[in-house]
Design a protein around this ligand. Structure first.
Ligand code: PLP
Length: 404
């Protein structure tokens, strides 16, 4: 018999049904527009290198040198010693005490996946921010665990609403994720709010996962507090990495830091480490960028911040100038998440915006948002003139769509 007569199409597992990544999904529509000859302006992907920001030379030198020294085999599963030490010192500088363990991962993404996988049984739930970063919902979905969404408070500068979070906790809730500084809202959480969250975690026996990948990108010298620095007696996993502040998302280097009481964390950390060992190691030569990144010249950060502050101001001014759009100015990172006061769905608005103008943003519904609200996420990494052009196009498109 011919193969096609006996074989059936291969069915993907049910668990992937809920895996969605709106940021990349929107690319399919963008690719069509591009193929039809549209000039495209991409405000959808948080990759600083695409927009001309360059990796500090000393990091490149360290990696090239490692490769030339033939550091191209596997590394220890938790990461090379000098990197783990540099991460430990950096964590201590940001005030984290009671550090129990650290491992280096293939981007913060892998650390997030391993740490959630080691915690959640099917049917357990974890509190996730809405709007939020889609990786979390995908991983939780994949584990057949439940997403327990809590809504960030746009009326209060996108801060956490701790009372609302508390009302959502039930007996299957195992942990809470915060992203601070936040993607997609650009918010930074004040220490008082973080302290309230810590109290909640203690009251209900939750692990806090604090994703701090944008920690160095706070505008106008605003202070940022690492959640783990505020508590020694709560289990906290802090995620961070080189992708954003150190301009190497393609290196795929991140890490997790476990802090809190030994007796509460021992078994969990051992569970995580089983998986850390099973996947062998993160990219070995790239790990040599970690120590120089964290300990050598940091001047690129000032430059990046200066540029981002200008681009954030343009975003704030130009978007808020459009009657249908209102935007809480970002305090950090390179994202804004304006409200669209429109009668139709944000996915339709964003899709038509791409088709008609070539400007690519991501619909708010791709990040989770309150029922009945519409948003879009913009990445304000492009250079000023490109950004101005994009926002001009958004203004003209919106005016034509709702006023003609
Ligand atoms: N966490 C957040 C909040 C992010 O925005 C991103 C990337 O956009 C990541 C994690 C992934 O980081 P990495 O490149 O280290 O995997």
């Amino acid at each position: 018999k011919k193969t096609e007569e006996v074989m059936k199409p291969i069915t993907p597992a049910k668990r992937v049904e809920n895996v969605k990544y709106a940021i990349r999904d929107i690319v399919a529509i963008a690719n069509k527009a591009k193929a039809s000859g549209k000039e495209m302006i991409y405000l959808n992907i948080g990759d600083p290198n695409i927009f001309g920001f360059r990796t500090p030379q000393h990091m490149l030198d360290a990696v090239t040198d490692a490769m030339n020294r033939n550091m191209n085999g596997y590394s220890p599963s938790s990461g090379i010693e000098e990197a783990v030490e540099a991460i430990r010192k950096q964590a201590a500088r940001s005030g984290i005490q009671n550090i129990r363990d650290i491992f280096v991962s293939t981007g913060a993404s892998e650390a997030i996946e391993l740490c959630l996988t080691a915690l959640l049984n099917p049917g357990d739930n974890v509190l996730l921010p809405y709007p939020g970063y889609p990786l979390y919902t995908s991983v939780v979905g994949k584990l057949s665990a439940e997403i327990n969404p809590y809504y960030l408070n746009e009326e209060n500068d996108w801060n956490l609403d701790v009372a609302d979070i508390e009302s959502r906790i039930n007996e299957r809730t195992k942990g809470i994720v915060i992203i601070n500084p936040n993607n997609p809202t650009g918010a930074i959480y004040p220490p008082e709010t973080l302290k309230q969250l810590i109290e909640l975690a203690q009251k209900y026996n939750l692990v806090i996962f604090s994703d701090e990948i944008y920690d160095k990108l706070c505008f106008h010298g605003q202070s940022y507090t690492s959640l783990a620095s505020l508590t020694q007696d709560t289990p906290v996993v802090t995620f961070n990495g080189l992708s954003k502040s150190y301009l190497v998302p393609g290196f795929r280097i991140g890490w997790a830091i476990f802090s809190g009481p030994e007796e509460l964390m021992h078994d969990y950390i051992e569970g995580v480490n089983k998986m850390v060992r099973a996947r062998l190691c993160a990219n070995h030569p790239m790990q040599y960028a970690i120590k120089p990144a964290l300990e050598m010249d940091q001047s690129h950060i000032q430059y990046v911040l200066g540029e981002l502050e200008k681009r954030n101001r343009i975003t704030d001014e130009m978007l808020n100038d459009i009657p249908e759009i209102s935007c809480v100015p970002a305090k950090a990172a390179f994202y804004a998440f304006p409200t669209l006061n429109i009668p139709d769905r944000d996915l339709d608005y964003v899709s038509d915006l791409i088709r008609e103008t070539g400007v690519v943003t991501v619909h708010g519904s791709g990040f989770g948002q309150k029922e009945g609200t519409q948003h879009m996420r913009v990445v304000f990494l492009p250079e000023e003139d490109r950004l101005i052009k994009a926002y001009d196009k958004i203004r003209d498109f919106t005016r034509k769509r709702y006023h003609s």
